[in-house]
Design a protein around this ligand. Structure first.
Ligand code: ATP
Ligand code: MG
Length: 679
């Protein structure tokens, strides 16, 4: 037993101290957001090392590489304050996937792998799935067989949930039920192809590791490498990960897991809350369970609102958090007209806070899906505010947005080879050589449309060629006007989108949004200039990613914001259809996961929290209804009974009556818009 005399324990509360000083038996810390679970885990690592544990024999598993690095840094910082030299470097801190890759490479020959295996990322894996699908004849043009990305998602779920294909199809992909036999054949061939090529996909990293743990001798050997295994965010692990943990330490000795069932948000990737809830009973005697009730992160009003949101959940391991951080500021519900105003409001408030001394890095904007931040990103770029985005590509860096912008740039300047090169190669059958020759002709010609029309495209391109020539001509003549030109480009591009990308629907939605954004600019030239759209190879790498000591704003999906905290947080689109997402309004369990997502988002805030409510919400419909505005309603997770916990505001604030809008100018615009919406 450790001496309780370490000075660094003084800052902990009694429950946290119990967890840090707990001995070798299995331990579960289950507690709400911001209660210090991650901090306690870092202190426990430091305490173990301070008491003589070998840091090279500690396995620390977290949800992201970023989180692992952060936790290792925290532990090292605590140890650095102790007298005497301490080797604090943890050599085994990482994600399940990362640690799995390392262990598998070391033990490759014993699990039937070549030590030189390579790893496919999700996109590579989907490509391989597509290739195999083609090879075994399941990719006929008019077949309604699921796309490669869907096939991979189904495959991945069967692997991670350790479930039967039929069951996965029934519960998660019912529209693919009719293809069970074909999918089975496809997955068999996919597995063969991976084995032939000695490649592993992400799921294999867990799968092979879990299988290795079923081999008792090997499992004992791998388990014996570690004296302590600590896992953060245990609520978001899946069956395979629980199998791995159980295989490493069957009797639970040295195992600590921490998590919060109210923050389980990865069921869509086969994570199961059962892992954390069933953990104690997995052992004889059962694991010790500690809970933490004091929240150190958020002010009382923010915590009260978050607690109230999660209290409406259908089922959870009941725990109430308290905080002694008093504040008069309630979280705000900010109504704005639409997404464009939402972007302007968020930027205005963030800049105001920065003026008041709060660095951009201390502020974050969170959203349900990566493409919800499109309008905001454009506004940030326009106003030269640096930001990083987690959980998805930056809007302006996505292939489809770049394609459409390249068309615009090429129209603006037919001699822009980078743009033209990109546009021409969108067409099937056109590669760099043909594109280069076509651009030479355009450069020599007076009229780009005529130059292109005079070219004989390759046979594969013949069908698509006239449409491009026509588009180039219309854009050169400015036939559609601004921003009608973007609608014209979209109409041309969308069929190609279907052919180029498996996930065409969300990309089409992005482009609809780009058209909306473009409407806010006076002309094509202004739009392109304001976005400072240099071709990517003209900007240095450093320009893309802000330097470490530079200040920048954080944009993140809620999923990627797990475990983090900021002084001020804006959450976008807290309306039905976004939270809960309209993709998830089906089963009750999915709705509950969406509720937890809102809880996770709200509990990231320390002092200031704003939930944004665009009054009108632009949706892109695949159906005959086309694009349209929907009147959006406040998320159902904030029913009227909860409103007293919030402050309801509008942006821009309505003008006082004594100050009537003038005959023209922005004030009149705003007034007219307000009348149109609320009048
Ligand atoms: P989440 O559920 O969001 O992952 P968590 O339970 O892991 O949250 P931490 O991130 O570890 O919580 O801690 C939240 C904040 O509270 C951090 O800023 C941390 O430094 C602070 N904190 C935790 N415990 C204490 C304590 N005993 N004294 C002072 N501050 C604390
Ligand atoms: Mg945490």
């Amino acid at each position: 037993m450790s001496p309780a005399g370490h000075a660094f324990l003084d800052s902990l509360n009694p429950e946290q101290r119990l967890a840090v000083l707990h001995g070798d038996g299995p331990l579960l810390v289950i507690a709400g957001a911001g209660s210090g679970k991650t901090m306690t885990l870092a202190h426990r690592v430091a305490r173990l090392v301070a008491d003589g544990a070998d840091p090279r024999r500690i396995l620390l598993l977290t949800f992201s590489r970023r989180a692992a690095a952060e936790m290792a840094r925290r532990a090292a910082r605590i140890l650095a304050r102790l007298p005497g030299p301490r080797a604090a470097a943890l050599s085994w801190a990482g994600t399940f996937h990362g640690v799995g890759a390392r262990l598998l490479r070391q033990e490759a020959h014993r699990v039937g792998l070549s030590p030189g295996f390579t790893i496919l990322d999700r996109e590579d894996a989907a490509d391989l799935m597509g290739l195999v699908r083609h090879e075994i004849g399941l990719a006929g043009r008019d077949s309604r067989f699921p796309l490669k990305a869907t096939c991979l998602a189904i495959y991945s779920r069967t692997v991670n949930a350790e479930a039967e294909l039929a069951e996965v199809l029934d519960t998660a992909f019912p529209w693919c039920r009719m293809w069970e036999a074909e999918l089975r054949r496809l997955f068999g061939s996919y597995v063969d192809a991976k084995q032939r090529q000695q490649v592993l996909d992400y799921d294999d990293l867990l799968l092979y590791w879990a299988h290795a743990m079923l081999e008792p001798a090997l499992a004992a050997e791998i388990g014996a490498r570690f004296d302590h295994v600590l896992v953060d965010e245990y609520q978001d692990t899946n069956r395979l990960q629980a199998t791995i943990l159980g295989g490493l330490k069957p009797d639970g000795r040295g195992v600590t897991v921490v998590g919060d069932d109210a923050q389980a948000i990865y069921a869509f990737r086969a994570a199961t809350n059962r892992n954390i809830l069933d953990f104690p009973q997995q052992f004889r005697p059962p694991a010790r369970v500690l809970t933490l009730e004091r929240n150190y992160r958020s002010t009382r009003p923010i915590l009260a609102a978050s607690n109230a949101v999660i209290a409406l959940a259908a089922e959870r391991y009941a725990k109430e958090l308290w905080s002694d951080r008093g504040s008069a500021e309630r979280p705000r519900l900010v109504t704005v007209a639409d997404e464009a105003d939402q972007a302007r409001c968020v930027v205005a408030e963030i800049l105001e806070r920065r003026e008041a001394g709060l660095a951009l890095k201390e502020q974050a904007v969170l959203f349900r899906t990566a493409h919800h931040s499109g309008a905001l990103e454009v506004e940030l770029v326009r106003r030269n505010i640096p930001f990083v985005k987690f959980g998805g590509l930056k809007f302006l860096d996505t292939a489809h947005v770049k394609d459409v912008l390249a068309v615009l740039r090429w129209a603006e300047n037919p001699r822009d080879r980078v743009a033209g090169f990109r546009v021409l190669q969108i067409l099937p059958g056109i590669g760099p050589a043909i594109a280069g020759r076509a651009l030479d002709r355009v450069a020599e010609a007076f009229d780009p449309e005529m130059a292109l029309a005079a070219l004989a495209p390759p046979a594969r391109t013949a069908e698509a060629w006239p449409a491009l020539v026509g588009l180039v001509g219309r854009l050169a003549r400015r036939a559609a006007g601004w921003p009608g030109e973007l609608a014209d480009i979209r109409a041309w591009y969308e069929p190609l989108l279907q052919e180029r990308f498996a996930d065409a629907a969300p990309r089409a939605a992005d482009l609809a949004q780009l058209e909306q954004i473009a409407g806010g600019y006076a002309s094509r030239e202004r739009f392109l200039t304001e976005l400072t759209l240099d071709p990517p190879d003209a900007t240095s790498d450093e320009a893309g990613t802000p330097l470490l000591d530079e200040d920048y704003l954080i944009l993140s999906t809620i999923h990627s914001a797990k475990g983090q905290e900021w002084t001020a947080v804006h959450v976008l689109n807290v309306v039905d259809g976004c939270i809960p997402s309209d993709m998830a309004t089906g089963r009750a369990s999915e709705i509950e996961e969406e509720r937890r997502l809102l809880y996770v988002a709200m509990t990231r805030a320390r002092d200031h929290l704003a939930l944004m409510l665009p009054h009108r919400f632009y949706v892109h419909q695949q159906s005959a209804a086309g694009d349209r505005y929907l009147h959006a309603a406040r998320s159902r997770f904030i029913p009227p009974a909860l409103l007293p916990l919030f402050e309801e505001t509008r942006w821009p604030a309505p003008r006082p009556a004594a100050d009537p809008p003038g005959a023209g100018g922005p004030a009149a615009d705003i007034a007219a818009r307000l009348r149109a919406i609320w009048g």
